[in-house]
Design a protein around this ligand. Structure first.
Ligand SMILES: Cc1ncc(COP(=O)(O)O)c(C=O)c1O
Length: 391
């Protein structure tokens, strides 16, 4: 049976294919260390889980989530943005809840992009930006993220005719997969650019609170007037280790949020009420544990950086997000390199090209596996590289 055209052009999700290969290796007795995916391994703080249990035990919370539960959630998100970023938002019109930020990142193209409209997408980048644009019939124009620009989008390199035809621009800082972080000056230039060309900016910021060495990532909504042209996406998945709970939010421009809400009303219903209540508990509780969790990631980052550099790889030190972006030796094919690495060492990393053509020549290591397994994985990579050098 043939699928509809709108999905037939997209390739199957890389991680499903990889999962099958890894299951096979494990069946053959290989001790596989997965450093490829970005799903946090640590649990949320116990009081958040306790809030879910307590709420779920109430008899009247099992229907569709309506009105007041949603409103409390949105108020708590607005209060969090005010405390964390100094950004003031109207909880009724400038915040919406999402079943994971991925949902909103997909829908925004469906509600803004007409067939043939240009969508500016960072490359390498998280796959849903391009996938959503493609399903909407948009023309994807990649914005290369290059080492020489610190993996920031080079706005001047965007051809003016494309900028004029663009409806939407995706951005993501702190960045997956490069680990790059952006400062306010960059966001200010983006907002000016978006105003000049009448483009909506979708800034995806799930890693703003996964940061190291005391770094505090800004929100694009801190730019005065950003709400006129921008929407920011954020997520409980990464801030609070709650990826499986599917809880995210979009904030900023009222019209765009209204369109996303409208689309959502056609396709789904709100998050389960007790999960939202636990989300409120996460936002309102003591945030100290997030800092302690970040120190765990930081220690992992440092172990991995040391081992990879000793093995001869070039890797920048990320100040935020969950990834190391590892430069491969000149003209190496990242897919073949990662496949050989997996087969010969049992260590699984993600080929950079999975994130777009400009990711070729790199591979991504995720910091969401137990510290000792990361150490073991990196040690195996070191031995393997040594063996290759001496071969
Ligand atoms: C850059 C980026 N945006 C969005 C998401 C999806 O987050 P959520 O779990 O909120 O859908 C991810 C998940 O890995 C991500 O890396």
């Amino acid at each position: 049976m043939q699928p509809a055209d709108r999905i037939s052009g997209s390739t199957p999700y890389f991680f499903s294919e990889l999962g099958k290969k890894i299951s096979q290796l494990r069946e053959n007795g290989v001790d596989v260390i997965r450093l490829d995916m970005g799903s946090p391994d640590l649990p949320p703080e116990p009081s958040i889980i306790a809030a879910l249990i307590a709420e779920a035990q109430k008899p009247d919370v099992h229907g569709y989530t309506l009105g007041s539960g949603v409103q409390k959630f949105r108020q708590a998100v607005a209060a969090f943005y005010s405390r964390r970023f100094g950004v003031e938002l109207d909880p009724t019109r400038e915040v919406i809840d999402l079943i994971g930020s991925k949902e909103g990142l997909f829908i925004i193209s469906q509600v803004l992009v007409n067939r043939g409209d240009v969508v500016l997408v960072p490359d390498p980048g998280y796959g849903v930006y391009a996938a959503g644009a493609q399903v909407a019939g948009g023309q994807i124009v990649p914005m290369p993220l290059l080492a020489e620009n610190g993996f920031l989008v080079d706005l001047e390199a965007i051809p003016a005719d494309m900028a004029r035809r663009a409806r939407l621009m995706f951005l993501n800082y702190p960045n997956n997969p490069t680990g790059a972080a952006a400062e306010m000056g960059f966001f200010e230039r983006v907002i000016d650019f978006a105003r000049q060309y009448d483009i909506v900016v979708a800034h995806d910021a799930p890693y703003a609170d996964v940061a190291f060495d005391g770094y505090r990532a800004p929100s694009i909504l801190q730019v005065p007037g950003a709400k006129d042209v921008a929407v920011e996406f954020n997520s409980f998945s990464k801030i609070y280790n709650m990826a499986g709970w599917r809880m995210g939010m979009a904030l900023g421009n009222r019209e765009v949020l209204r369109y996303i809400e409208h689309y959502k009303s056609l396709q789904d219903s709100a998050i389960f009420g007790p999960i939202m209540s636990a989300g409120v508990a996460a936002l309102q509780g003591d945030q100290e544990w997030v800092e302690e969790r970040n120190q765990v990631y930081q220690a992992r980052r440092d172990i991995a950086l040391e081992g990879l550099r000793a093995a001869g790889f070039q890797v920048a030190t990320p100040r935020a997000a969950l990834y190391l972006w590892i430069r491969l030796p000149e003209s190496t094919n990242s897919t073949k390199f990662c496949a050989r690495l997996l087969e010969e060492t049992g260590v699984s990393l993600t080929p950079g090209v999975v994130f777009g053509q400009y990711g070729e020549g790199y591979m991504r290591l995720s910091l969401v596996t137990a510290t000792e397994r990361i150490a073991e994985g990196v040690a195996r990579i070191g031995e393997w590289m040594n063996g290759k050098a001496n071969a």
